[in-house]
Design a protein around this ligand. Structure first.
Ligand SMILES: [Zn+2]
Ligand SMILES: [Zn+2]
Length: 384
């Protein structure tokens, strides 16, 4: 199985330079089976990008996919009206979600596109659409054995365990700890998983405040489950809309103190379970291109190495907030010396009108980043 993360943000899309690296689209995962069949987990705003990719890949040829929805909260279905392959009469889509709803899956999805919420109704989608409720606790879909278990979330939610070719992928988002039955469920679902994708929306500090009862979990509970269920890799998911890239970086560092093989999902991230990529401890991060390259700005960095030698290096801005910046360098700068950062943006570029021409940055983080097979330094600075 190959997994591609098209949306990783929880609750609402967050397009912002502060979310540049992890991404702002809401949940959508694409899973390809060894036979090339397509399974889609959730239809958040990331689904729109998957649709574009499928159009590139299939052109006008027909395609088939099975879409498993965890539940009907906006952030998990809002990409469906913008999923272009649904408008091609040659295509076939199979939608699955939980039983026990008063209304059918079809009615709920049609309501989302009804007057006055959307200008065209679901009949404009000419693809063949099949809707099914998951009446049993497992289903065999295109050679993948999928186990289904209820999670603890307002109005219900399903966790999925996908088993195929000796590998196990678990997708358990939108789950709040504290209900003994559901706590048992999620541990059973995660048992021995190769890759365990879990709701880590809040920090334990945030969760101790007013966010209890909102149906979400913390990175600390993710660690508890990962350890108890002996999973191989933990993927933190459903990032809070108020958590910037820099904040998520700190959550990852905390998580790794307790469960080293942890990573926070980012938009564009891919895991091939057959390649056993999940078994490698994440001591570096693959460069995060995602789909957000357009906002990158050229930089010139003046700094010094630990032996005092000055250096100049051209690079690209990866991430910018009012407080700091993130970029890659071949040089390994002295952590105790400031870096001078020159923004070399053309006059019409995104940040040209901002006072960013030459800034002093204090180096706060310097870690190994892998870019097309080459190791570079990932440099985070705060402006001083
Ligand atoms: Zn959600
Ligand atoms: Zn939800």
């Amino acid at each position: 199985m190959k997994v591609h993360f098209w949306g990783v943000r929880g609750s609402t899309p967050t397009p912002s330079p502060e979310d540049f690296r992890y991404g702002g689209n809401t949940p959508c995962l694409e899973v390809r089976t060894p036979q090339g069949d397509i399974l889609i987990l959730d239809g958040g705003s990331g689904l729109r990008l998957l649709g574009k990719q499928l159009l590139k890949e299939f052109g006008h040829k027909s395609l088939e996919a099975c879409m498993f929805l965890t539940h009907f909260h906006w952030d998990h279905i809002q990409g469906i009206p913008f999923f272009e392959p649904l408008y091609n009469p040659e295509n076939h889509f199979f939608f699955y979600t939980f039983a026990g709803q008063a209304r059918s899956v079809q009615e709920i999805l049609e309501d989302q596109m009804s007057y006055p919420f959307f200008p065209v109704d679901m009949n404009a989608m000419q693809a063949h659409r099949h809707f099914d409720r998951l009446e049993q606790d497992w289903v065999n879909c295109r050679g993948v054995m999928i186990k289904v278990i209820p999670l603890n979330h307002p109005q219900g939610c399903l966790g999925y365990r996908l088993e195929c070719g000796g590998h196990v992928l678990v997708y358990a988002t939108d789950n709040e700890p504290g209900s003994p039955e559901h706590d048992r469920n999620v541990r059973k679902l995660a048992e021995g998983a190769d890759v365990f994708i879990y709701d880590a929306q809040y920090t334990p500090f945030e969760y101790a405040g007013p966010k209890k009862g909102w149906g979400h979990s913390t990175w600390r509970e993710a660690v508890n489950i990962a350890q108890e269920a002996q999973v191989k890799q933990l993927v933190l998911f459903h990032h809070d809309p108020d958590h910037s890239d820099a904040f998520i970086d700190t959550i990852v560092s905390e998580t790794r103190k307790f469960f080293p093989n942890s990573i926070a999902a980012w938009e564009g991230m891919k895991i091939d379970l057959a390649q056993e990529e999940h078994l490698k401890t994440q001591d570096h991060e693959e460069r995060r291109h995602g789909t957000r390259q357009a906002a990158r700005v050229p930089l010139k960095i003046h700094g010094q190495l630990t032996d005092g030698t000055p250096f100049d290096e051209q690079t690209m801005l990866e991430d910018l907030t009012l407080r700091g910046a993130y970029f890659l360098l071949k040089n390994n700068p002295d952590p105790n010396a400031p870096l001078e950062i020159e923004f070399q943006a053309p006059p019409d570029a995104l940040f040209a009108r901002q006072p960013f021409q030459a800034l002093q940055g204090q180096l706060v983080r310097n870690h190994a980043v892998k870019e097309s097979g080459q190791m570079k330094r990932g440099i985070a600075v705060v402006f001083s």
